[in-house]
Design a protein around this ligand. Structure first.
Ligand SMILES: N[C@@H](CCC(=O)N[C@@H](CS)C(=O)NCC(=O)O)C(=O)O
Length: 218
């Protein structure tokens, strides 16, 4: 009997780091998908129907299954398409990849962006506090090509979509070099290596368009 053709659709937004990381995973696994673009701040009826709980992108539709929340989607992709694993087999290493990914999306995004924009205690304090958090990632990537080891994995996708290809562009709009080479040599090496990975490059939002949009929002 012929295998049923898979139908994979991704509802996303071009400058969303949460969407970009899911695309990276689909590309790494070689899963063909249809790209459905949202145009925020408008929300299409399709988004409201598919993700009534959060009303956010990304949303992955796999045949008749609907998934939202990027970490959940990444895990689903990893377990559904077994080639090129993005999470380690070892339970502790897997837990650590999840731990640091949560840290990026919760702590670094909140302090390094939301608090920085408000900068209630002054911009210099906010920058230093953000750098303290980034230092944890500098340690994590030390001595490795990628957080995932020799190849990119879950944490590379989460941190890569969020830090160099999203937050750093907002920091640039504010005139802040948040990850200077002298302070963060390992992270800078990691960013350079990420840029050399074809599927990552394919998922990075175009810089000029991104900066133009990010700067008008700040
Ligand atoms: N925790 C969610 C965050 C997703 C998210 O914040 N998506 C943004 C785009 S970058 C969104 O859809 N925003 C629409 C809104 O907040 O109304 C995830 O990991 O997928």
């Amino acid at each position: 009997m012929a295998k049923k053709k898979e139908c994979v659709k991704l509802l996303e937004f071009w400058m969303s780091p949460f969407s970009r990381r899911v695309e990276m995973a689909l590309k790494l696994k070689g899963v063909p998908y249809e790209y459905l673009e949202e145009d925020f701040p408008k929300k299409t009826p399709l988004l409201l129907k598919l993700n009534p709980v959060h009303k956010k992108v990304p949303v992955l539709v796999h045949n008749d299954k609907i998934l939202s929340e990027s970490h959940v989607i990444l895990e689903y992709i990893n377990q559904t398409w077994k080639n090129n694993p993005i999470l380690p087999q070892d339970p502790y290493e897997k837990a650590m990849a999840r731990f640091w990914a949560k840290f990026v999306d919760e702590q670094i995004l909140s302090l390094g962006f939301m608090s920085l924009v408000k900068a209630e205690n002054g911009i210099e304090v906010a920058i230093e506090e953000t750098r303290e958090l980034i230092t944890y990632l500098e340690k994590e990537v030390t001595g490795k090509d990628f957080f995932g080891g020799k190849t990119i994995g879950f944490l590379d996708m989460v941190a890569g979509s969020m830090i160099p290809f999203c937050l750093a562009r907002a920091w640039e709009c504010m005139g802040i070099d948040m990850i200077p080479h002298e302070k963060f040599p390992e992270l800078n090496r990691w960013i350079k290596r990420l840029n050399e990975v074809e599927i990552v490059r394919e998922c990075i939002p175009p810089k000029e368009k991104h900066i133009e949009r990010a700067c008008t929002k700040l």
